[in-house]
Write a protein that binds this ligand. Sequence first.
Ligand code: PFF
Length: 457
Amino acid sequence: MPDDVSKHGMWSSRLLFVLAAAGSAVGLGNLWKFPYITGENGGGAFVVVYLVCIALIGIPVMMAEVMLGRAGRQSPINTIRALTERAGGDAWWPLIGWMGVVAGFLILSFYAVIAGWAIFYIFRLARGEFDGTDGSGANDAFNNFLAEPLEVTLWHTVFIAATVFIVARGVVGGLEVAVRWLMPVLFVLLILLVGYAAIYGDFAQGFSFLFSFDADKLSVGGVLTAMGHAFFTLSLGMGAIMAYGAYVPANTSIGTTAVTIAVLDTVVALAAGLAIFPIVFATPGLEPGTGPGLLFVTVPVAFGSLPLGAIVGAVFFILVSFAAVTSAISLTEPAIAFLVEEYNAKRPRVAITIGAACWLLGIGSVLSFNVWADVHIVGELTFFDFVDYVSGKILLPLGGLLIALFAGWVLPRAIAKEQLGLEQGWKWQVWTIGIRFVAPIGVVIVFAYTIYESAMA
Ligand code: PFF
């Protein structure tokens, strides 16, 4: 069936699609961002809002992205364009794809900077720099590093180069090798770290911080942050999963894979929280609301006091870096696939161009932590905060909203039924209600609530 393959390649099996999508979903969002924003937003109640968003909004939107991608078999922009034509819909729907390209570009620019920190920490731990370190030692070490723009730029460059290298080789060839063994090893190390936290940390307090529901601690901004993060952590709202969906074999069940990926991603995030917060509470000088440095101060403290900690800690940051690469690749895929389709361009050339542009924009985030620390783009937001805000809290949820509306209301039902392998039964009803009402209304409520409460404040 020449009609049912993508010109960019195909996953060699259902399992490889799950691994690739999980590789995209599991990344800095789980290991770095989830713990630090949970810490800043007071814990439990924030986590509950995040979990509700994953279940009610994330899963339907993920199914929609895979389904649309597989029905179109092209880059998100051209997939939506083709499906809109088939449905006789408005010509502006492909805007979803364009917004996604912009979001991916913005996200990769700062993502690469943070991933660069992780690469540097491989060497820091391996050198034994943190042997016997305490909270304030780890804090100082982190701040001193961030104060050096050239050093941070060096690691940012290394990360962009690695991403470009893999992307240039093609998603399938470059990625399948990486995810096959990475995911399981990451999992094992994370469990080890949770074990450490359970023995040496204040596990009870860490656990209750993560899971006890105290609505008073949740700010208005926290609700939007939680929803935005649900999109970010599952790689939704910008077409990354839609692009990967274009390479999915026809016989794969979309519902089962979407739920599997969402569960895996959530388990990794919660495990990261269970590893980090007990250490935070047991270590003088550390606190949950530390901000973006949280991962980079708690993990060295934990490994710094263990026998073989330097080696195991270095391995941990190797895995963080790999998890970041497998996500970064997916951030570029919508743009790459589009440029290859439109201009018949060669992947390596396109990859280098996009990498260079993201690298340049990323310098703004590098400087946000030193030279430009007092430069505010809007309100209190530094350049890094601003790029993070626009992509994560506006573009991804808005993209997700439009994807849900498109899949629920514009796409011909016959295509959806065929893709999902569903007939009229209850599963079809649940899907229809989820994608037509629950997911879009959920996004709109959070947006409206945030705007209303901020205007009142
Ligand atoms: N999901 C990735 C993470 O949690 O680190 C980040 C990400 C990848 C976001 C791809 C968006 C995306 F399209």
